[in-house]
Design a protein. Sequence first.
Length: 256
Amino acid sequence: MIANSLAAGRCAEFKPSHQGYKECSNRWRIFKPVFVTFQLWKAAHQSAKIADMTTSAFLAAWLLHLIAAASPGPTILMSARIGVTEGMRTGLFFAFGCAIGALFWALAAMFGLSLLFQIAPSVLWGFKLAGGLFLVWLALQMWQHAAEPLASPQTNKAPRGAVSALRFGIATQLANPKPAVFFSAVFVGTVPKDATPLSLGLLLGAIFLNEAICTAGVARLFSFERSRRGYARIKGTIDRVFGGLLGLLGVKVALG
């Protein structure tokens, strides 16, 4: 249809009854397949470039978040402690909770929470203060119970349940509002504005998997019996070190 319109435009200088119009039309019919083939190739080439750009943006966002998820922070510290004190099952549900919390911050960034933080800095300050106090409270709990011996399988103290571990993972992740700023920078810097809902959904799925795998991997590493025995020997020191680091992170979150 476009080709026919172009043909009419090219031959418009002739009247339909003129011999030149007929010759022009005949010539156009000869070159029309070449023209149409070229247009199809051009469209396919443009589509391929768009696909390559989207793939590159997706991989860049995925890699940036993977590095962030694997970096030491409140969730990594807590997953290590839960793995060694409560086992892999509890650590797994804690990891799922952390992943859900990461999805919350990613969606919040996607819907402009960082813009709200810029317009109303007091909202960000409130988030940071509440999250920092929560992390400091966790740190104080570690210090308070550092001298207590590690519970053995024969004791009556059972690990927290799945729902409790899930809630604790969400709370630990939400205690630090900085991921919202991080996700905003990632989305602005790497994700095209015209990204499709499918692409964004796949990116959110990758964020969930990154967070869950990194956190669960740390919990698994510390849940081995050898790790548990080593932790039991120097529990007081490790708990105080972990508590101190978590407290410093809490202060940094609150004041940073």
